[in-house]
Unconditional design. Structure first.
Length: 454
């Protein structure tokens, strides 16, 4: 049985590791070459750290993995520090690790388990059999400068995992496009040489004051990388009336211009350019399963509408996909995968359950997140919420647990029970195709922009 993975980011490399560990023949094709940058806040919550631990990936501080204690939130002239909660399911620390190093370490970890990682292979389209089942991909070969050489290579596989990020050429080539009934964000970030590089807290700005004191749209972060630099960035959601109308890089400049001079967030201390990327939220590309194809991470819009976190969900979706494939391979081993036998059809039906499982895990949480994203796009509502919540630490601790999805499903604590009740009161966001089918055609479900539907 052969599995092909498109993309060697957190989702692709995580899936590759688990599959290779289980003895599955797995190849990863990656359009860039390592080391390479990715636009990201570089912050890993305990939810993401848990996945790193499950992988057995070492993350010592000496190798650039900087631990942090929790979140420091700033808004309305107030600052509050909220340690990561004690939850049995999660470690009590977060990490800061640049994607420059993180992604390469994950890819090499997958290689150490037996996965083949092919760099400078840019997938242009998925390949399908006559019945529409995905059977592989076509990739353009790139030179060391990232330019096409004119050569292409076709890869065949029994299962293809699309882990090629927000733009997902694999999914788009099959007509699986983004949904406009789901949240979308834009983030920009850069690095500054700063004395704040060794901050023990992940700092989140819920309001962005500019150099003249007036509030700017969006939310921001300041994460100390520990190497002499800080990652400083901001995000804005499409629920904001300013979305798509601003120069976000200029908004970042205006925001940092209003910060204390001794922090060093000045043009002369800037390291690298300001870069931006889209944040595909709340299952904004579906279906997550089509015959022969599974969508992972950002390719399936698996970014939380609550906090813009995507790495943990990318790695979890990869683990789930690997588990279904490994189990499916065992079920069909005697008959041979893709032979048209009852066993192979049963294996396909088993893989289709991946989408249902992902929906069961996060669907209700993402529905709440979609409602949250719609509310914070309204300045009056956001201002009232901040003025009410910031002075009440116990309320803010609850908010952090909700936003970061740090709950124990089996726990009987008050906060866990409240979150479970909230999620039980809303329908789970759908991640399938039209009318709940598992087709490869994309269609927006019947949600309106006024009410959050599944």
């Amino acid at each position: 049985m052969k599995v092909l993975i498109v993309g060697a980011g957190p989702a692709g490399s995580t899936a590759a590791y688990y599959l290779a560990q289980a003895g599955i023949d797995v190849t990863v094709v990656e359009k860039t070459s390592f080391p390479r940058e990715k636009v990201c806040g570089d912050g890993l919550t305990p939810r993401a750290v848990r996945e790193i631990q499950k992988l057995g990936l070492p993350h010592p501080e000496a190798d650039g993995w900087r631990r942090n204690k929790g979140l420091r939130l700033l808004a309305g002239g107030r600052s509050i520090e909220l340690p990561w909660p004690e939850v049995s399911d999660f470690p009590q620390y977060g990490l800061i690790r640049t994607r420059l190093g993180f992604d390469e370490e994950l890819a090499r970890h997958a290689q150490s388990a037996g996965a083949v990682v092919l760099e400078r292979h840019s997938v242009t389209e998925a390949l399908r059999a006559g019945d529409g089942r995905v059977t592989g991909v076509r990739a353009a070969l790139l030179d060391e400068s990232g330019r096409k050489t004119g050569e292409t290579c076709d890869f065949s596989a029994d299962v293809v995992l699309a882990a090629d990020g927000n733009s997902s050429r694999t999914a788009v080539s099959l007509g699986i496009r983004k949904r406009d009934d789901r949240p979308l964000g834009v983030a920009v970030r850069t690095y500054f040489t700063s004395p704040r590089h060794d901050d023990d807290w992940m700092e989140g700005w819920l309001e962005l004051p500019g150099r003249d004191g007036k509030l700017l749209p969006g939310y921001g972060w300041v994460f100390g990388v520990g190497d002499g630099t800080s990652n400083v960035g901001l995000g804005i959601l499409n629920s904001s009336k300013e979305f798509g109308k601003l120069d976000y890089k200029q908004v970042l400049r205006e925001w940092t211009a209003g910060m204390p001079a001794d922090w060093g967030f000045t043009p002369e201390n800037q390291v690298g350019e300001i870069r931006g990327a889209a944040l595909p939220m709340g299952f904004n590309r579906t279906p997550h399963y089509s015959p022969g194809l599974l969508l992972l991470g950002d390719a399936g819009g698996m970014v939380s509408p609550f906090n813009g976190e995507g790495i943990s969900y990318a790695m979890e979706s990869a683990r789930f996909a690997a588990e279904f494939i490994i189990d499916g391979a065992a079920r069909s081993a005697s008959a041979g995968w893709g032979s048209g036998t009852e066993a192979s059809r049963a294996a396909d039906a088993h893989l289709a359950r991946y989408a249902d499982y992902v929906r069961d895990q996060w669907g209700s949480h993402f529905t709440l997140g979609r409602a949250f994203a719609a509310l914070i796009g309204k300045p009056a509502v956001m201002k009232l919420a901040l003025r009410t919540g910031m002075p009440i630490p116990v309320l803010m601790r609850f908010v952090v647990r909700l936003l970061a999805n740090l709950t124990d499903p089996a726990a009987k604590g008050f906060e866990d029970r409240v979150i479970r009740v909230l999620e039980s009161l809303v329908p789970a966001t759908s991640n399938q195709g039209p009318s709940g089918s598992h087709s490869s055609a994309n269609s927006a479900d019947s949600a309106t922009k006024v009410r959050v539907n599944p």
